[in-house]
Design a protein around this ligand. Structure first.
Ligand SMILES: C=C(O[C@@H]1C=C(C(=O)O)C=C[C@H]1O)C(=O)O
Length: 97
């Protein structure tokens, strides 16, 4: 591959990365819209913000999905835990409203 071909290939790959990053942002935005509704529902119904049993099921499911799709299951678990921690923090704020 010539240096010029390598630069072209890099641009092509980065264009796909940019599209995928945009898709991730949109997916996360939809997920947080949904979890906001869950948080308000739970706060109104007197349910606790966190549900460790539900989280364990989700983590097991995502780890299995990761294994079949070639994603590192450890990374998938870490990623989901970061998102869930943010969601629970948001849910706690609804308790004060
Ligand atoms: C969204 C919920 O609240 C919390 C956040 C979760 C999530 O982000 O997936 C899962 C379980 C709960 O700890 C829920 O109970 O479904």
């Amino acid at each position: 591959m010539t240096p010029d071909e390598a630069r072209q290939e890099l641009l092509r790959l980065r264009s796909s990365i940019d599209n995928l990053d945009a898709a991730l942002v949109h997916l996360l935005a939809e997920r947080f819209k949904c979890t906001e509704q869950v948080g308000r529902l739970k706060a109104n119904a007197g349910m606790p913000p966190a549900d460790p049993a539900r989280e364990a099921v989700q983590i097991a499911r995502l780890r299995a999905l990761s294994e079949t799709s070639g994603l590192d299951p450890h990374f998938a678990e870490k990623f989901l835990n970061v998102i869930i921690a943010e969601v629970i923090q948001n849910h706690r704020q609804f308790l004060d409203e």
